[in-house]
Design a protein around this ligand. Structure first.
Ligand code: FAD
Length: 393
């Protein structure tokens, strides 16, 4: 065919989709729109905060995707006209598509948490998109005195990377233990439970003693106001906590272009048909990754990668008049508690009563030898290397 498929977003979902569209049907014209010339992954930035990796190690370029025959344009998509089937870029270029795939990731709901807007994030970084924010948080941790307090504000569900805040707390604890052992970590959480909770809490106790304190929603953990200039936060019942370094992970929604395209619903996220990842609201627009409502799949890079492969196959089949592919989706999220202490959660997802459901899977065992935990840390590193090569080459 000579059909044109445009992919918006060169992160986990988008770059995967572009590669597998071209691989699945080399006659397709595939265009990938991504402003950044180097994409920095969020995965493994927590290891950078720990001092275990350099920031540059999370960077991936687009030359290999170009070599695979994909037309990569470094620009921002600003408007979708789903009637005319065109996409407009910030520099004015207008492109026509037969099918459009969006994987724009997340945007933040600034000011939903009082006092936390984009300006506040320059004082109290979120570091929930990788780049300057991540480097800022690292420089603040480096400058913090021994005996200081690191406060993390953790959001309600749903949000990008359910185990991410708790891996971050672990990696900051590792850094403190090596460099600033009198320091404390306080996690103020808007939830009463979190991903791999038992494993994290056992590991924290074992490796870091009482350095990490987690305050759940029901113990007044929910932060309702942020004063970024004073590095302080106020909880629901009026308690003020003062930090030396303040990391606020704010409420989130689908990347802005999804709303502009008309594919989001009142939740701010994108309802999709999980058989194909085509939008439920707008024909010929497919959406994958963090932007979607794909529960029980978590918002992870692994999920985005598998969803993108299904969406690419669905687009190729639709363009050639074939039925949607039969899919089994999967996800594994590795987290590091310490350099030699890895844990994981993994599931297969299949259809039950036409809905996506957990088919099998589970978490790492509660009791395990140090050798087992070390092996999981190595699996996590191998996962990162493998998925990076699969996506960016
Ligand atoms: P992204 O990967 O964020 O890609 C979106 C891309 O779209 C961006 O490059 C952006 O520039 C581009 N874009 C947005 N709007 C436009 C537009 N209008 N025009 C053009 N381009 C646009 N996941 C795991 O699986 N394993 C982990 O270990 C893990 N660790 C994490 C640790 C942290 C600290 C965090 C924050 C996240 C972690 N994640 C992990 C989650 C993972 O980062 C996300 O789930 C994943 O990036 C989602 O992929 P995506 O394609 O939806 O979005």
């Amino acid at each position: 065919s000579s059909a044109h498929v445009i992919v918006v977003g060169g992160g986990f979902g988008g770059a995967t989709a572009a590669r597998y569209l071209k691989r699945g049907d080399p006659s397709l014209k595939v265009t990938l729109i991504e402003p950044a010339t180097t994409f920095y992954t969020c995965p493994f930035t927590n290891l950078y905060l720990a001092g275990l990796r350099r920031f540059e190690q999370q960077g991936h370029g687009f030359d290999d995707l170009r070599a695979a025959g994909i037309d990569v344009i470094h620009d921002l998509a600003t408007a979708v006209d789903s009637q005319a089937k065109t996409l407009t870029l910030s520099k004015g270029q207008k492109l026509s598509y037969d099918k459009l795939l969006l994987s724009p990731g997340i945007d933040f709901r600034w000011n939903t948490l009082e006092g936390y807007d984009e300006a506040a994030s320059l004082l109290a970084p979120h570091a929930w998109k990788a780049g300057d924010q991540t480097r800022l948080l690292k420089s603040q941790l480096d400058a913090m005195p021994n005996g200081g307090t690191f406060i993390m504000v953790a959001p309600e569900n749903p949000f990008r990377c359910p185990p991410g805040p708790y891996e971050r707390a672990s990696m900051v604890a590792h850094y403190f233990k090596q460099n600033k052992p009198k320091s404390k970590i306080l996690i103020l959480d808007a939830k009463d439970s979190f991903s791999k909770q038992g494993l994290f809490q056992d590991g924290w106790k074992q490796v870091y003693g009482d350095m990490i304190e987690w305050v759940p929603f029901s113990k007044d953990g929910k932060v309702t106001r942020v004063d970024a200039a004073k590095l302080s936060v106020e909880t629901e019942f009026g308690e003020i906590h003062k930090a030396d370094v303040l990391n606020v992970i704010p409420p989130q929604k689908a990347g802005a272009i999804a709303e502009q395209a008309g594919v989001t619903n009142a939740s701010g996220w994108v309802p999709i048909d999980p058989h194909t990842f085509e939008s439920e609201q707008v024909k010929d627009i497919y959406v994958v990754g963090d932007a979607t409502i794909a529960s029980p799949m978590p918002k992870s890079g692994f999920s985005a990668n598998t969803q993108a492969k299904l969406a690419a196959a669905s687009i190729i089949n639709a363009l050639s008049g074939k039925p949607a592919p039969q899919a089994t989706l999967s996800n594994t999220c590795y987290s590091l508690i310490a350099p030699d202490y890895g844990i994981s959660v993994g599931h297969l997802y299949a259809f039950a009563d036409d809905k996506l459901a957990e088919a099998s899977g589970g978490v790492s065992p509660k009791e395990a030898s140090p050798a087992f935990r070390k092996q999981e840390a190595q699996y996590g590193e191998a996962w990162y290397a493998a998925i990076s090569r699969d996506i960016w080459g």
